[in-house]
Design a protein around this ligand. Structure first.
Ligand code: UD1
Length: 335
């Protein structure tokens, strides 16, 4: 059985569907701070299988141990962590405690129960921003620009230590901007609060739920001055987790630490995202230019070649498709 950890349902719910459909038994750990149990019904509706669910917090070591006592856990897909860059600048200690201390608890219990295979959800934010993109996996990592990124950097290094000294097998996946949702439209990104990330925010403005989008500055050294990112469809992203799991299982090695960039290899600016959205929604999207957001960087894109060569994985879906699907979903309002 595989254990999936996360605090919002967005990625774990998609990963749950992918792994169940591939025939794995899974258990899920979530403290429901930014999600609801309703998603479990949706996972069951899509897959015809109800995953085991533990409402627990990764900072609570006893709660993690209970899961390992009650189940034979063969591996962990570790998504758990707070993930808003600006919030991490505001509340660094919460980020260090949730992400770093929580991961430490998890790793300790994993070893206690002789479970040493793990896929870690890292971020391209670990790459040194003084290096020139596109980043490859051995581009230096360091000089993180915000506490969120620092926690990812620290956890990556903890896992490298555990591979070197405790025989952990680690697939370290670096991504950045997952967007949109499963084709069933039963699971999607639905933060309880106002969204921080670009596409969910754009959709709220497009549907008049929020008055306007703030563009966090337009004088970066990019194609049009706004931030440039590689937006990856979440369904493509979770497929790569399955490929990474198979890679670990078939590696035949005692210890592994291998990093992979999960990117589409294309990138889009904030203004381009707005233009694509306007083409689809048929009305202008209200926006204004505001100050830079604390912790933001100008552009981030990576080479996805290693994942293609070793995991045999390649992103198939485009950002335009993600915007179109998001808008169709909102309009049909099938929730
Ligand atoms: C951030 C993290 C990334 C992480 C991701 C998880 C950094 C630098 N980035 O990505 O590692 O995987 O969150 O969700 O650590 N924008 C606006 N207005 C908005 C929202 C966003 O202009 O209301 C802009 C941002 O400045 C940025 C782009 O849109 O240029 C994407 O922002 P966002 O969706 O929040 O993700 P990142 O900050 O890129």
């Amino acid at each position: 059985m595989l254990l999936l950890t996360w605090w919002t349902w967005y990625i774990w719910s998609h990963a749950a569907v992918t792994f169940i459909e591939a025939g794995y038994d899974i258990a899920i750990l979530d403290n429901l701070s930014n999600s609801s149990k309703e998603v479990l019904k949706h996972i069951e509706n899509i897959t015809w299988k109800a995953p085991k669910f533990y409402e627990a917090d990764i900072r609570d070591k006893d709660a993690i141990e209970k899961i390992f006592k009650e189940n034979k856990i063969d591996g962990v897909i570790h998504f758990a962590g707070l993930k808003a860059v600006w919030e991490s600048c505001d509340k660094p200690y919460e980020y260090y405690e949730n992400n770093v201390v929580g991961s430490n608890n998890l790793f300790e219990i994993m070893e206690k129960y002789n479970c040493k295979d793990i896929i870690f959800s890292s971020s391209a934010t670990v790459y040194d921003p003084n290096e020139n993109p596109p980043f490859i996996e051995n581009t230096p990592t360091w000089n993180t620009t915000n506490p969120y990124g620092t926690t990812k950097f620290i956890i990556e290094n903890m896992l490298r230590d555990l591979a070197n000294h405790r025989d952990f097998r680690v697939a370290n996946l670096r991504y950045f901007n997952p967007v949109w949702a499963h084709e069933s439209w039963l699971i999607w990104e639905d933060p309880n609060d106002i969204p921080n990330n670009l596409l969910p925010y754009i959709m709220k403005v497009a549907s008049w739920e929020l008055p306007e989008l703030s563009i966090y500055w337009d004088d970066y050294d990019t194609i049009d001055g706004t931030g440039v990112r590689d937006y990856i469809h979440v369904v493509d992203l979770v497929e790569a987790h399955l490929d990474a799991w198979k890679y670990l299982e078939n590696s035949g090695k005692k210890a592994v630490f291998e990093s992979f960039n999960l990117w589409t290899g294309t990138w889009t600016s904030v203004k381009e995202m707005i233009a694509y959205t306007e083409e689809i929604i048929w009305h202008p999207l209200n926006h204004e230019i505001v100050e830079r957001r604390s912790g933001d960087i100008a552009s981030a894109y990576c080479s996805p070649i290693k994942a293609k060569e070793i995991l045999w994985w390649k992103a198939k879906l485009t950002v335009k498709q993600a915007i179109k699907d998001s808008w169709n979903f909102i309009q049909t309002n099938i929730r």
